[in-house]
Design a protein around this ligand. Structure first.
Ligand SMILES: [Zn+2]
Length: 688
């Protein structure tokens, strides 16, 4: 285990293409926050860095689908996730975003350095091109039939039906996602990073880092798998217009591949932090001083980028003549996945729960505690509502909350809220002292080794032991028979309560501060010393604050309601109609919409779908044929106001002339309703 005074901690940059959910918290975020808060209590110099990853094709696809620019998408999720993290109590020193100019400069600096030193290789390759949209198509912009399972809608990078990883060229009947046309093959050039050249050094790096700091077995397994398959050159550039521009001639229409720029986001976020605190060089001692311990927290899907790709990039940089030599991660503690009620979180199936959503119904601390004891440290684990209720009620409320409350309430009643003296100790006091004095070391060891779950359980064990100590000491009896004995019990209990506030503060920070306030101690629990947590009691004569409820129990009907809600997201949400391409105001104004009144309505002979309407538009009569016969009877329409497209070219439907089109809305169930003004208005009125 590396015992460093200065620690750089990064947490995986969440992708700004959707809201973060509980699975993300269990993967990288809660463990990193516990670790950072713990190290601060140990007096270590820590900087905690994160931010939004805002580039890449999934974001441009979302933007295309919504008919907005990618910036709109990333702005939305950056703000949303930043707020959710704050509410959850993440104590980042900086939460940045990769669309910032500072980040673009940092990524370009790395690319240019590698290019200048001849590290990158340029390769010509054939790629699909959409000659109507005039652009090369990134893999996910091509769809077609899977060559393995014949799924007609396989994506250019992977068939979601059979799971096979694909190259767009392998698709049968490929088509462009932008125009639907068959793409043509054209030649394009890209720069590649020679990851394979670093394989031997990377294997050595992982081996030595594991020897020094004890890497997690699951992480080592992933690394071994990658090494066994052999590392390949990776394209650093791609044909896309959203991302960090490639500052090389002939590459004006290309951007840096997101895998290359995203990991550098940790460095640019650190630089942003330095500038923000007015110490522009502060980041340097964290990144460029070999005595820094760098710990990169991630989820298991990110192992290759943090254990292999990013270290190789830093090695490549450090090989140069520049004086800046970056530290490599000393450890990459990646968790497995947290499932939700037995199934994987799935955005597309609507299965799971977003952080911002659950925090509208429950405070952060019980959620932090439950996720901490359910962390998927060795294997996938499960979030269940019943378990969340049980941990909140039976542990937080009944053990920790109860112990702190009964101690303070007793001190209030029997000692007028003043800490009594600690006199002669008996066997129970000495046992309690012993448990208390060994807990900071025990929990600290677990936390230092990234075994957060076990550390948190030890903290709860201390509260459990304290409750038992209180029961066995029976202060309500000694209060009458031996007030000194009673005072010693309460003094010892308050000493444990104080220690619990400090030791639990990495896990349940706001509850810890509540305990601190109830004890009426100066400063904050989060600013005390971990190592002195057990040794320092509360001086006798100190006046205590007022006890209040620490944790509210969760009632059965609340959990029942959550479980009832579960059945809804299980069935996939109806597919939303894809958004059409955006239009200008001028485009829209070319369409003349008017209010019309239906004067007559009748069925069109031999047609099940069509109704023939005679409508009045201002002073004018027109005939409009509309496909609404399956939804309305003719008599339901007579006298109604509708909206028609007034300047639509006349057309013949089933031999009937139609001089306009009726506007109606339909949903995925097939339901259809016509559009009508919300109040009486003259026919002929313009709709705009
Ligand atoms: Zn397939």
């Amino acid at each position: 285990m590396i015992n460093a005074q200065r620690i750089l901690v990064t947490a995986a940059l969440p992708y700004a293409n959707g809201p973060i959910h509980l699975g993300h918290l269990a993967g990288a975020y809660l463990p990193s926050d516990i670790y950072v808060r713990f190290q601060r209590l140990r007096g270590r110099e820590v900087v905690f860095i994160c931010g939004s990853d805002e580039h890449g094709v999934p974001i441009t696809l979302s933007a295309d689908k919504e008919g907005v620019s990618p910036q709109v998408v990333v702005d939305r999720y950056h703000e949303m996730n930043k707020a959710a993290f704050e509410q959850f109590g993440m104590s980042f020193d900086n939460y940045s975003r990769t669309s910032l100019p500072l980040h673009h400069r940092t990524a370009q600096e790395f690319l240019l350095e590698f290019h200048r030193r001849g590290i990158l290789k340029e390769k010509k390759e054939k790629q699909f091109y959409d000659d109507q949209a005039n652009m090369f198509l990134p893999d996910r912009y091509v769809e077609g039939t899977c060559p393995v399972c014949a799924n007609p809608d396989a994506r250019g990078d992977q068939c979601e039906k059979c799971g096979t990883y694909l190259n767009p060229m392998e698709l049968i009947n490929p088509r462009s996602k932008i125009t639907g046309r068959t793409p043509v093959v054209r030649e394009t050039s890209h720069w590649y990073f020679p990851l394979g050249d670093y394989q031997a050094r990377l294997e050595q790096y992982v081996r030595e880092a594991d020897e020094r700091d004890g890497w997690k077995e699951n992480v080592l397994q992933y690394c071994r798998g990658w090494f066994k398959d052999g590392l390949q050159d990776r394209a650093v550039t791609r044909d896309l217009d959203w991302g960090v521009k490639v500052p090389l001639p002939g590459y004006e229409n290309k951007v840096i591949y997101v895998w290359f720029d995203a990991v550098l986001g940790y460095i640019s976020s650190s630089r942003e932090w330095s500038e923000r605190i007015g110490k522009p060089d502060a980041w340097r001692k964290f990144w460029l001083d070999k005595d820094t311990k760098y710990v990169a927290f991630i989820g298991k899907d990110n192992v290759v980028f943090h254990c292999i790709v990013f270290p190789a990039m830093l090695m490549a940089w450090n090989d140069g003549e520049r004086t800046e030599k970056y530290v490599l991660p000393a450890n990459v503690p990646a968790n497995e996945f947290l499932n939700f009620e037995g199934e994987k979180f799935s955005k597309s199936r609507g299965w799971g729960i977003d952080v911002k959503d659950i925090l509208t119904r429950y405070p952060a601390d019980p959620l932090r505690y439950y996720i901490a004891v359910a962390l998927p440290e060795y294997r996938d684990s499960d979030f269940t509502w019943k378990d969340f209720q049980a941990r909140t009620n039976n542990e937080l409320a009944d053990i920790l909350g109860n112990f702190v409350n009964r101690t303070l309430a007793f001190a209030g009643r029997t000692f007028k809220g003043v800490v009594p003296e600690r006199k002669e100790l008996d066997r129970l006091d000495r046992e309690m002292d012993e448990i208390l004095s060994r807990t900071p070391g025990l929990v600290g060891d677990r936390f230092e080794q990234y075994h957060f779950r076990e550390g948190v359980l030890e903290i709860m064990n201390l509260a459990r032991a304290a409750n038992k100590y209180f029961n066995d000491s029976e202060p309500w009896k000694t209060a009458k028979a031996d007030i000194d004995r009673c005072g010693t019990t309460i003094n010892t209990s308050l000493r444990v309560a104080r220690a619990l506030a400090i030791l639990a503060s990495p896990v349940i920070p706001s509850s810890s501060e509540k305990i601190w306030k109830m004890l009426n101690l100066p400063g904050e629990a989060a600013r005390q010393s971990w190592d002195d947590a057990a040794g320092t009691g509360i001086p006798s004569g100190h006046r205590l604050g007022t006890p209040e409820i620490l944790f509210t129990k969760i009632e059965d009907d609340v959990i029942d309601a959550e479980l009832r809600n579960l059945t809804q997201p299980l069935s996939p949400p109806p597919p939303a109609e894809p958004a059409k391409q955006s239009v200008t105001m001028e485009d829209f104004k070319r369409i003349d919409l008017r209010v019309a009144r239906v004067v007559e309505a009748e069925n069109v002979p031999k047609s099940q779908k069509l109704l023939k309407l005679q409508v009045e538009i201002g002073g004018e009569r027109r005939q409009v044929v509309a496909g609404i016969a399956q939804h309305y009877k003719p008599e339901e329409l007579i006298g109604k106001s509708i909206v028609v497209v007034y300047n639509l070219q006349p057309a013949k439907l089933m031999g009937q002339e139609s001089q306009g089109m009726l506007l109606a809305a339909s949903d995925s169930s097939g339901k259809l309703v016509f559009i009508t003004p919300s109040a009486e208005i003259q026919s002929g009125s313009v709709v705009k």
